[in-house]
Unconditional design. Structure first.
Length: 570
């Protein structure tokens, strides 16, 4: 039916959207019943489900048909900024330099190494492009080399359902070993005997990581030994090896509790021993150095602290402070070196890196210039070095990797992601401002725009928020935003409650009975941006990451007058 006098957009929007048929199913759990009218949509192989999804896709194309030219233009812009040939910064471990690289139009990476120096001949350990041949999909994860450097293990998925097959290659001969362990996760760790590894299986129904198994190369996977099973359905488990390579750790975690077990990596047949039994509301993680386990813990420390305990006696009574708890600083992570400790922490909603000498007297914080940014401890597999490798990114600075001399305090830029298409960071500016929420709480906002922007209330603005699971909304660089900024948009991140941007209390103030703060913070940040004339109230858009669709939906329903549009994106 032609609608004369209507624009292409109006004609497209007059098309009736497909409606999913209602087929109510009653579900009962714990004595409670709920009715799901669309339960049938979970049947991914049902022809009716596939037909409905195809109808949705066709409707999308019809409604957005008038934007086809713009979408093609944006697509070309986005892919035109991506460097095709790329290589990671090599890191040194066990006498080799390891890195990944892409070449030409190849879709998948090559995992490579050089022995002794970066001038040595390259050895390609894995060419994922070859592994992908004959498959419509291929993912390789968890690439790990045995400590003697002779075997590389990797997890390959050719379906896309997160069910991997562990495979192994002899790096001396280049041959793939006959050992293949199917239907597992990509999580595994080598023991120190060069032939034993521990790996994780998931529950076939829920994909929860729940079992740790032991395999010996050359053996039949049917004979593998179950080392640990996590029977509590609220916990998941994983395995890793300490930086010292002395212990294989089995971690059991859930939202409110942790429990760690350890096995001597040179005695992989030993029974795992518990560091500290699980307790509700006690979260901890473990690494090892010398005669001690080093433990990040929130026991009697809401914002976490670093403690240590002798390996010979891990009772809590023996735990001693290394980095005490602070009310205004969230202790996030740590890295141990032979002469120094590096601490990753969050203060005033910004990540900090602090270097502490074991001998005392040389503590300092690494300084950064941008008003809002994110930094992180990068790959540092060796103890005996004065060099810290860390990462850095901001709303105007592409992801960067630095080597930092902890003694001289000099930093060397090893790599900065190259953004093609004429990108110049000098053309953009960032800010961090604070909005006042309705209960008086100050909420930080990170902003970026192209220079020349005038704060006069006429600019379109895209506001991002998350505020769940304690995940902080860091100010990363994203090349895809440039297409918005170059068209006059302001991009803003609201660091709303529910994350941990301002510490553990910030998370707790945005969960359970306090969840409403997540939504009202987002609204109050938007209103502040309008009041301060960063945004045209008629062109204020919202975007939520991951589960952010719930946030956007709730916010728009609370204040439909505020939002011109709402974009919920994963």
């Amino acid at each position: 039916m032609m609608l004369h006098g209507c624009s292409a957009e109006e004609r497209a929007r007059s098309v009736e959207a497909p409606r999913a048929p209602v087929n109510a199913v009653t579900l009962e759990k714990h004595g409670h019943e709920r009715v799901d009218e669309y339960y049938w949509l979970r049947e991914r192989d049902n022809p009716e489900v596939i037909g409905y999804l195809e109808a949705e896709n066709a409707y999308l194309e019809q409604v957005l048909g008038h934007t086809a030219e713009l979408r093609e233009e944006l697509f070309e812009e986005l892919v035109g900024r991506v460097k095709k040939n790329d290589e990671s910064v090599p890191y040194r471990k066990d006498g080799f330099w390891y890195y990944t690289r892409y070449e030409g139009k190849s879709e998948y990476p090559l995992y490579c190494r050089r022995k002794g120096s970066l001038e040595a001949d390259e050895q390609v350990m894995l060419d994922v492009n070859r592994l992908a041949e004959g498959h419509e999909f291929c993912a390789v994860r968890g690439v790990k080399v045995s400590s003697d450097g002779s075997i590389v293990g990797f997890a390959q998925d050719t379906v896309g359902r997160r069910k991997f097959t562990l495979r192994f290659r002899n790096l001396d001969t280049g041959e793939l070993l006959p050992d293949e362990i199917a239907d597992v996760t990509a999580n595994f760790a080598w023991a120190e005997d060069g032939k034993t590894l521990f790996y994780t299986r998931q529950d076939p129904k829920t994909l929860r990581w729940y079992q740790i198994w032991r395999h010996e190369l050359g053996g039949d996977p049917a004979d593998d030994v179950l080392v640990f099973e996590e029977r509590d359905e609220t916990f998941s488990c994983a395995v890793f090896k300490t930086k010292s390579k002395r212990y294989v750790m089995i971690a059991s975690d859930q939202t409110l509790s942790s429990e760690y077990r350890y096995i001597d990596a040179e005695r992989p047949g030993d029974t795992p021993r518990v560091v500290l039994p699980r307790e509700r509301d006690h979260e901890y993680s473990v690494d090892h150095y010398g005669d001690h386990f080093y433990i990040r813990t929130n026991r009697q420390a809401k914002n976490f602290r670093l403690m240590k305990t002798p390996v010979s006696d891990t009772r809590f009574e023996r735990w001693a402070d290394v980095v005490p708890h602070r009310e205004d600083v969230l202790f996030e992570n740590f890295e141990i070196f032979s002469d120094r400790l590096v601490v990753q922490e969050r203060r005033d909603a910004l990540r900090r890196l602090r270097v502490i000498s074991w001998s005392g007297g040389d503590e300092h914080e690494i300084e950064f210039d941008d008003p809002t940014y994110v930094t992180w401890i990068d790959a540092n597999p060796e103890f005996d070095t004065d060099t810290l490798r860390f990462g850095y990114s901001s709303l105007t600075t592409p992801d960067s990797v630095y080597d930092y001399d902890m003694g001289s305090r000099e930093r060397t830029l090893m790599k900065r992601d190259e953004v093609l298409g004429g990108f110049d960071p000098a053309n953009y500016a960032s800010e961090r401002i604070w909005a006042t929420a309705r209960d008086g709480t100050r909420v930080p906002i990170s902003l970026v725009y192209r220079k020349g922007f005038e704060r006069n209330g006429s600019a379109p603005l895209l506001l991002y928020g998350y505020g769940s699971y304690g995940a902080s909304a860091n100010a990363w660089f994203r090349g895809s935003r440039l297409s918005l900024l170059d068209r006059g948009f302001v991009y803003a991140i609201a660091h709303i409650r529910g994350g941990q941007d301002l510490g553990r209390a910030w998370y707790e103030d945005g969960k359970l009975l306090n969840k409403k703060n997540t939504f009202t913070d987002f609204i109050d940040c938007a209103e502040h941006l309008v009041a301060e004339r960063y945004a045209d109230p008629q062109r204020l858009f919202a975007r939520g990451g991951s589960a952010g669709g719930l946030l956007i939906g709730a916010v728009v329903n609370m204040r439909p007058d505020l939002w011109r549009g709402a974009i919920a994106a994963v």
